[in-house]
Design a protein around this ligand. Sequence first.
Ligand SMILES: Cc1cn([C@H]2C[C@H](O)[C@@H](COP(=O)(O)OP(=O)(O)O[C@H]3O[C@@H](C)C(=O)[C@@H](O)[C@H]3O)O2)c(=O)[nH]c1=O
Length: 199
Amino acid sequence: MLLLDTPLRDVKLIEPTLHRDGRGWFAEAFNARSFREQGLPSDFVQDNQSMSQRGVLRGLHYQLGQPQGKLVRCVSGHIWDVAVDLRRTSPDFGKWAGFHLRPLTSEGKLQMLWIPEGFGHGFLVLSETAELLYKTTNHYFPQGDRAVRWNDPEIAIEWPLAELDGLEPIVSAKDTVAPFLNSAELPPAEAPSQERIHA
Ligand SMILES: Cc1cn([C@H]2C[C@H](O)[C@@H](COP(=O)(O)OP(=O)(O)O[C@H]3O[C@@H](C)C(=O)[C@@H](O)[C@H]3O)O2)c(=O)[nH]c1=O
């Protein structure tokens, strides 16, 4: 398994070893021991799966109280995934990075994105449909469910909207009215690792 740095500190691309043979390929998409050895969390508690149509834009989401680190994998279609650093004390606060995710990269690699607790997460679907699988380090906590506006000019994410050929992004009612970063209720300054609730 390879762990690759990205322009955002602590956000990593993960490439599990892919074993090809005459039947196709095999990979350990997640191995708790390998994750621990690389200094990554291995105690994921929830697996989420979502399917979206072309043009769907979900985000930018995060949770207060029970922050979620997310291990994101696109298992069908093509998405552009984005992480925004919402850790107030981080030198990268407010910075974003975007990643094209597909079941396999153009070089035939399996690639996942690790987004730690304290980041906002979103994605745009560029194919007719796309399915996302992601593991989380904490359970869904509806009372702490929060979003920052996907097109906040202060964050200035360069969403690849031109790839939608004129289609307007499809955004949930909740995400359409999400606050901008300057008025959003953000996670506490210190990562509350000891307060993480894995009930
Ligand atoms: C996220 C989530 C939602 N739900 C329910 C609530 C609601 O009825 C329905 C759809 O929820 P949402 O509109 O919040 O789904 P969605 O917009 O897909 O939210 C997700 O977006 C991406 C970008 C993330 O990073 C995720 O953590 C999550 O926030 O599913 C759960 O039961 N468990 C969960 O873990």
